[in-house]
Design a protein around this ligand. Structure first.
Ligand SMILES: [Zn+2]
Length: 251
């Protein structure tokens, strides 16, 4: 029962994350008006707003105008539910699980906004940095000193990469949003996580970027957002980071 509830509560939060992903970049309020169809504007009734289930029952269409509802809504709900469940299984019913879920939720919002708009909203990353320092007092994962150094090393490293790239090529390569995102990740996971996250996100970035470079007309100059890779690597670190680092060192 606890596992089912964890998944379902996570999916309900996911439904709210969808609202944030849709409205934050448009600078709309995330609280009002209540959820409505993007096509006909009719409010969505609570029984049509059950995560994943409603999407399947309605066949991905609005009840009133039959307008197409993006498949991404149930995907975000499912992701959020799975993360909630996985955190409960890994860390138990603890404050740590709850706080890491909050962090993961922020990463989901950032990932999907970055995919759509190639921006990472300051309204998530900057409060995220301060919440990360606060969380370090409550969770045993990192001390507050590791958290502060995480901000400085994470944000500082990407800041140097950004100005270095601009100096070498005269073009903007890495956005300031990525700098603030890695500072936020450092605040939550501590400085020791930074090398792993940089290595992992670069590796995923090279694979995905190389793949899309082959397809895209712009080749390797095609723009790809880096936020999703940083976010995915942070999630991997939450679950397997120390084990992967140990494995790498022994190997
Ligand atoms: Zn509609």
């Amino acid at each position: 029962m606890i596992f089912i509830s964890a998944f379902f509560l996570g999916a309900i939060v996911g439904s709210f994350l969808n609202v944030c992903i849709y409205r934050l970049p448009k600078k709309e309020s995330i609280l009002s008006p209540p959820s409505h169809c993007p096509h006909c504007g009719k409010p969505i009734k609570f029984y049509d707003n059950i995560p994943i289930v409603s999407y399947l029952l309605l066949g991905g269409k609005c009840r009133h105008c039959k307008g197409h509802i993006s498949f991404r809504y149930p995907v975000v709900e499912g992701l959020s539910g799975l993360l909630s469940l996985a955190l409960l299984m890994k860390y138990g019913l603890t404050v740590q699980s709850l706080l890491l879920f909050l962090f993961s939720a922020a990463l989901i919002i950032i990932t999907f906004i970055d995919l759509d708009y190639q921006i990472i909203p300051d309204s998530i990353s900057i409060p995220g940095i301060f919440l990360g320092i606060g969380a370090s007092f409550l969770i045993p994962l990192v001390s507050w000193i590791e958290s502060i150094f995480g901000i400085l090393i994470g944000g500082g490293f990407l800041f140097l990469v950004a100005i270095g790239y601009k100096w070498l090529t005269g073009r903007e390569g890495m956005g300031g949003g990525d700098v603030k995102l890695l500072a936020m990740v450092g605040a939550w996971l501590g400085w020791k996580a930074i090398p792993f996250i940089l290595f992992s996100s670069s590796l995923i970035g090279v694979l995905v970027g190389g793949g899309s470079g082959l397809i895209s007309k712009r080749g390797l100059r095609a723009k790809i957002p880096f936020g999703p890779f940083l976010s995915l690597s942070s999630i991997i670190y939450i679950f397997f980071g120390p084990e992967l680092i140990n494995w790498y060192i022994t190997w």
